[in-house]
Design a protein around this ligand. Structure first.
Ligand code: GP9
Ligand code: MN
Length: 428
């Protein structure tokens, strides 16, 4: 009911992190490109196979003077995988405890998503993906989120050999996307979702540009090969942006959506990391994914704050100089100087710079089990984090399953009208 919404608003108001004025509005009026690195984990950054970097282009971007990168940024997805990542990034709401919020609620719910907010501020908004538009119910959800355009498979020329796994191969997808990107009025907000670096990590021979790893685990060893392919595709796309001058007018946001190697492959993970074995803590740390923001004039570097996908929207809104004090967001600005660094996973586990809880085990930040060694004060801090995790997850579930955003919009925001949008391709 609207009373539930009021309670949530009161909570959020009390816990909102303060804006870091050093960054506020730095990207105002700039184009925004969200570049989705499929199944891409942080450990791949600067990772080498036989002394060779797996992802040289992404590594270069990571180290660029104008790139702000986060090295304690975690994926927080549940069963909804990519769709959970998208839901968090553009709504600052968690996925559901089971299933996918986009599939179950994307068509019918009211949202106050980042594309809609920017669209109302004069931005053109477009999503690009080389799979069928109905996957994860994107073709309906994106309307609810305020995407004016959704270029999915039927907007692309598909010849034999163009597709692998879930859709168009990344290089072909990105190349063909440029002709639509070029037609968008500026400023635009564009999201490009790659797909080739996806389980089971297969790529045609001519695109195999690095040796596989040699763990002996067949579903793991191809991962670096498709990651390399994605890296080449990324490199080509960045060159294109530079050539057209878009690079200088755009805030480029790059992120990995979730793990590529699941916890079912512990032995192989240990081998990849050069360890004898991995603990549950190591596996939690293995959930880190890249998050980088590039923009000319931005003071780059590596930020060590703990955060995750839920925190992206508040961060981007502050950079874009959008009013961010009365929105419904469960994350907090990664650039805020004083922020809650407890990173919540969908199953209620959490990690933080001090203590982390995985299952019923508490770890310190060296990965040592301290469940039974905590002082009274430490026990209290752990209990607080646990309560915070439960509270945020349950508020998120309430908002989504109760469609609570229908009861509240900030004054400056107009409810999205889905029928404003039509993604059907009309003949040219
Ligand atoms: C499909 C693609 C894959 O269109 O986004 O989704 P995932 O399996 O990673 O959730
Ligand atoms: Mn995915």
């Amino acid at each position: 009911s609207s009373k539930d919404m009021d309670k949530i608003l009161t909570y959020l108001k009390k816990h909102r992190a303060d804006t870091n004025m050093a960054y506020y509005g730095k990207a105002k009026g700039k184009n925004v490109i969200i570049f989705h690195l499929e199944s891409f984990q942080q450990f791949l950054i600067n990772y080498k196979v036989n002394d060779e970097e797996v992802t040289p282009n992404i590594n270069k971007f990571y180290a660029d003077n104008n790139t702000l990168a986060f090295d304690n940024f975690f994926n927080q997805v549940g069963q909804g995988k990519t769709s959970d990542a998208e839901t968090m990034l553009e709504n600052s709401l968690f996925g559901l405890p089971s299933g996918s919020a986009m599939t179950t609620y994307g068509t019918t719910n009211t949202f106050e998503a980042l594309p809609a907010i920017l669209n109302q501020q004069g931005y053109a908004t477009a999503a690009f993906h080389g799979d069928v538009g109905s996957f994860w119910n994107r073709d309906n959800t994106y309307k609810s989120w305020g995407y004016q355009y959704f270029f999915s498979e039927n907007y692309y020329q598909v010849k034999s050999g163009y597709k692998i796994g879930y859709g168009l191969k990344d290089k072909i997808f990105l190349k063909q996307s440029t002709k639509y990107l070029e037609q968008l009025p500026q400023p635009f907000y564009a999201k490009l979702i790659t797909v080739t670096n996806h389980y089971p990590y297969e790529i045609d021979k001519k695109n195999q540009a690095i040796e596989k790893t040699t763990t002996g685990d067949n579903t793991v060893d191809g991962y670096v090969q498709t990651a390399r392919y994605l890296d080449q595709a990324f490199g080509e796309f960045i060159s294109y942006l530079k050539k057209t001058g878009l690079y200088d007018k755009t805030m480029i946001v790059v992120y990995g959506d979730h793990y590529g190697i699941s916890n079912n492959h512990k032995k192989a993970i240990a081998q990849l990391l050069g360890k004898k074995s991995v603990t549950s803590y190591d596996l939690a740390m293995f959930q880190k994914v890249p998050f980088m923001i590039h923009m000319p004039g931005l003071q780059g570097g590596i930020n060590h704050t703990y955060g995750g996908e839920i925190d992206v929207m508040p961060t981007l809104m502050d950079l874009l100089g959008l009013k961010n004090t009365d929105t419904v967001q469960l994350g907090n600005d990664l650039l805020a100087t004083k922020r809650n660094q407890t990173v919540i996973f969908r199953n209620g586990d959490y990690v933080s710079p001090t203590y982390s809880k995985i299952g019923s085990t508490v770890y310190n930040n060296k990965g040592q089990v301290v469940t039974k060694k905590l002082t009274k004060a430490q026990r209290k801090s752990v209990a607080q984090k646990e309560a915070y995790a439960d509270k945020l997850l349950s508020m998120s579930d309430q908002i989504i399953t109760g469609d609570l955003l229908r009861f509240y919009q900030p004054k400056w925001f107009t409810k999205v009208n889905k029928s404003d949008y039509n993604y059907k391709k009309t003949e040219a």
